[in-house]
Design a protein around this ligand. Structure first.
Ligand SMILES: [Zn+2]
Length: 258
């Protein structure tokens, strides 16, 4: 289906999700994920083929975690809900189900979304798409107050960010990042990755406070999604969003199918 038609459909399907509309307009491709809660911390680089079972962040890192949102419920009580939103984004791109959402910890709202769209630009990873979605649509993220505004946002992604995306998260100054499937798990599946852990990137930051990182959220779901992507990729070597092959569930269900 044509991009314009898909864009119109997305507006209808995601009523109230203005950010998604913007995403589809620019990209037609971003990414999502989710899994059981597991935090990761400890020395950067230690993978060892087993899931890291704790959460963490760099010492002294601060986050809005625990702060009540405008709705009266801390966003930290809603990790799985946010990861499911990221997974919905990932479903848009079955061959590369890397989806991401950005949450405003003050209001508890998902404010920006992204999904992998490498076919249009190799740097259009889900996290980059979500970040660009926010930068494009939020005037307050520009100018003198930008740093304080970014500090209110946290990112959820279906898979551990690559070095490019993790560096972007650090440049933005988001205090916490949550992912589903870990890098080592993606590598074990044989998926193309750059073997540098997100925590290692954060540990190399020489300014500000490193982002706290928590992995394994709904990873039982995201792991299956990435496993399934291998078959999809083998059978359909193209950009699913571009060709309208995505079979959306939830918000995607509303998209017209050619
Ligand atoms: Zn990336």
């Amino acid at each position: 289906m044509g991009l314009e038609r898909r864009r119109t459909a997305a507006r209808r399907a995601a009523a109230g999700l203005a950010a998604l509309t913007g995403l589809l307009a620019v990209a037609a491709g971003a990414r999502v994920a989710q899994g059981g809660l597991r935090s990761e911390g400890g020395p950067a680089g230690g993978r060892g083929g087993t899931p890291a079972p704790e959460v963490t962040g760099a010492p002294g890192a601060t986050t809005a975690a625990g702060a009540a949102t405008a709705a009266g419920r801390p966003y930290t009580d809603r990790h799985e809900e946010y990861m499911r939103a990221a997974i919905e984004m990932g479903k848009l791109q079955p061959s590369n189900p890397y989806g991401a959402v950005i949450v405003n910890t003050t209001t508890g709202e998902v404010v920006c979304r992204g999904v992998n769209n490498h076919a249009n630009n190799p740097t259009f990873h889900g996290e980059m798409q979500a970040i660009n979605d926010c930068a494009r649509t939020w005037p307050q993220l520009k100018g003198d107050g930008a740093k304080a505004e970014w500090a209110k946002l946290v990112l959820y992604t279906t898979a551990e960010p690559c070095p490019m995306c993790m560096a972007a998260i650090e440049w933005c100054g988001m205090p916490h990042m949550y992912y589903g499937t870990g890098l080592w798990e993606l590598e074990k599946m044989g998926l193309h990755q750059i073997d540098v852990e997100s925590r290692y990137i954060s540990s190399k930051k020489n300014f500000g406070t490193p982002c706290q990182i928590t992995g394994g959220i709904l990873s039982d779901i995201t792991n299956k999604m990435f496993e399934a992507s291998k078959n999809h990729t083998a059978n359909h070597r193209h950009n699913c969003l571009e060709h309208g092959h995505a079979r959306p569930e939830g918000l995607l269900e509303e998209l017209p199918r050619d």
